[in-house]
Write a protein that binds this ligand. Sequence first.
Ligand code: ADP
Ligand code: ZN
Length: 690
Amino acid sequence: MSLNSHLWKIAVDAPIRYVLTYSTVGFEKDLAPGQWVQVPLGRRKVAGLCLGPATEADLNENFKVKSIEAIDSEYPPWSKPFLQWLDWLAQYYIHPPGLVASLALPPLRRNPNGKTRKSNRAAVIPVLPSEAPLQLNQEQKVVVDKIAQASGFSTHLIFGVTGSGKTEIYLQLLEKILDEGKTGLVLVPEIALTPQLIQRFARRFGNKIAALHSQLTDRERTNQWWDMVEGRKQILIGARSALFCPVPNLGLIIVDEEHEPSYKQDEKLKYNGRDAAIMLGKHMNCPVLLGSATPSLESWKNAIEGRYHLHQLKHRVADRSLPEFTIIDFKEKNSSNPESLAFSRAKSKESLPFWLSPQLHDALKFQLEQKNQSALFLNRRGLAQMVLCPDCGHTRECPNCDISLTLHANTHLICHYCDYHENFKTLCPDCREGELKPLGLGTELVETDLRKLFPEARIARADRDEIQNRQELEDLISQMENGEIDFLIGTQMIAKGLDFPKLKLVAFVLADVGFNFPDFRATERSFQLLTQMSGRSGRHVLSGETPGQVVVQTYNREHESLVRAQKTDFEGFAEQELLHRKALNYPPYGRLVCFRVQGAKLGEARDSVQALAQRAFALKTKFSAYDNLEILGPAEAPLSRIRGQFRFHLLVKGSQAQVLNQFCRQLVGDEKWFPHSVKVLVDIDPIHLL
Ligand code: ADP
Ligand code: ZN
């Protein structure tokens, strides 16, 4: 045997950008790709994943090749396609390969004695009476038949209005996969991974289901992981990180609500769960199914251009009607700015709070009388958006963040980014004369006002102040299901996947909140939110019955997202929005990379981002391959200081992912050219640009 066969590529669990080479000289056991090993690194011993044999060419002359110390026999070797997928993640997202690999390990070692400790917690998957598949309607049947024919890798987009029976399609396709002796992976946004959803799967598939989500203990997650890896369970349903479970024999990957921004992880490995799912399907050679009522423009473009198979569901099941959609124009009532309305509140002649139109008031009253439920949506927590001194204009800002503090319960000012708290004192600390006044609107104010207006109504609020963990959300959901709530007020926490039969009115207290976000996707987000939230209304109304209602209060009656959402016109919306994106070469046309430079010292952070920009321009000038790249910035991030960190952005726009990737690698470079106290973070295909 030549020496070469003793050399192996190992991705070590450490922040090192390269795969290292180790040898098995003096090592008796056979090593195979996909096995975990123990290797020396400096003076430490670390875990590493064996990716495959190395050659002399992989050796770095400056380092002496060290020997692998042991094979970790706890884990079966991972398959080659899975290793290739991990490698793709590391390459594409420019993240240390060993840190990517370690995401695919369960949180804990296996229980040594195989016994699980008794716990009082509810089972991860409940045992429920089994339920037969529903009789598919014609639209559903066409989709199931087409997708079931797919063998090998292909990507499918189901574009179906809310309540059109997408989930039923997933269930029936999974059933076919199980019949073929294969396994399935279902991704849903974390917040949609409710007991409602798990129960639906459990009723259909009984003990074949495993689940992975953030509310499980490490031990539970470890057990679920092993159940999948050792084939005791055949369907894994989970949040984006479930992708990293090395499920054998994959036959289908489903990404529900594929447009959800929460599929993107914003820290460490900044991957997009949807995109990573498609690549996993490609490596595993199995179909990938994306579903949404409001597809992302990325997926939509791929579908209409034929790279994905497009399947449409145009109707709600059983001809249940879509809700009636009313827009209330605040401009007609008040000419002033929404934020200043708080001032005029006391002066208002009408008895209604400033944020409540007579039409919405009547609609709430009507639904209450009919014993139906209503939901009021407002993407802002707290009592008031900010406090301001009318005498000197002082606003209370967070000492750590560049953001105004929000008033809660009339007693506290809170920072929504770092959770800084202070007591609310009305005397202005700046001029020491004026009195700080609450300004703007939040969910807490909506609740307080509604309680005064409808003392008999049962009112609940769902936002991060009220609902701090999953259990509380679940309790709230069952209260809604049991009809114990008349009005539910909430932030986007209530916009996802919930299905309440008695919910007949969905109201947007102030739709404009999202319109002017400093993000090129703001209009798309607004459209999605309007459509998804509206889709909660009247889901169980039969044809012929009074449909559900949607009431939107706004100052921007003509906003593209609103006009299109009212008509349930996703396609028209997409066409229009794609034109804008194309004109500016934004995704899904161009591709973006966002470099975020941050540090506790303003000067250092600013100097570093300027140095980064200079390097970028120099690189672009030097290599003609980079001619078509656009460098935007540097600029202060829209949130210019968070938790005491000053933040700057440099954006790079290009057309080809590979060219961009190469550019970014060169731009960051190998040596550290910025101070240790500064961080330079690379976000490929960024979603959140704040
Ligand atoms: P989506 O995922 O598109 O929002 P769901 O799959 O949740 O839609 O379906 C909405 C409702 O319609 C659910 O209550 C579901 O049980 C029911 N449903 C779905 N398909 C059928 C069908 N073929 N026949 C009767 N009811 C159905
Ligand atoms: Zn703060």
